[in-house]
Design a protein around this ligand. Sequence first.
Ligand SMILES: O=C(O)CCC(=O)C(=O)O
Ligand SMILES: [Fe+2]
Length: 237
Amino acid sequence: MLITSHSSSAVGEWNFDVPKGLSESPLLRSGGYRAISRLIEEPTLSGLLAEAEAVRPSGGRSIVKESGGAEGRGGKPAHALRSRPGRDLHWRVHGCSDMVAALGRICGVEVAPGGGGTYSYYENPGDFLALHRDVIKCDVAVITCLSLRVPDISAGGLHVYPEYIQEPLSRVRAAGRDGGRAAPLAQGETIVLFGGILPHEVIPMAEGQERIVSVMCYRALIPVSEDSSSSNGAIPA
Ligand SMILES: O=C(O)CCC(=O)C(=O)O
Ligand SMILES: [Fe+2]
């Protein structure tokens, strides 16, 4: 999870402008996200899944029942899932110069890895990650689906709100899920999103579903004003 333990300001203080430089990004202009089929290919995908399964038992689940009051980035969104830090392969895949160059082309802005990366396991019915924007260190998030049991567009997947890029989260919440759209991610697919800007959530898993993803953060190498957000930086889980 790319979230922090701090939260934030009242809606009245909300003032968010997409940082100059990012506003020119073709990715941001087309909704702030893109699903890509073969950004990571076999046998690397299987290697990442094996690494995710290897570290899975070494930590417990994380449950937060109520979201904090963040209107902008970070905060403490409610969630129920298991999360583990990435290991060697995760870093080699996401930190290498080829990946950084590919992401620069996709995003239209240079990026740099912003942390070690994680694996997230939505493994029980009802597992979810509530509406949020990612922390300051995470302008761009790269999420790859390593395993997906029982795909279903109406449950257990990423949901994004491109129409609400400049809105406080309370307004996104008030609009409800119809204000956004599903961003389904098939096994092996990757989504690249401006997670610090685009409001997003993982909607609850249905009975029998399971979703394992690798998550990696990148910073956009342009001045991203911290004033435009309501939270301070924090570490990925
Ligand atoms: O699992 C996903 O698709 C999204 C995860 C996410 O938004 C996060 O970890 O911050
Ligand atoms: Fe996120």
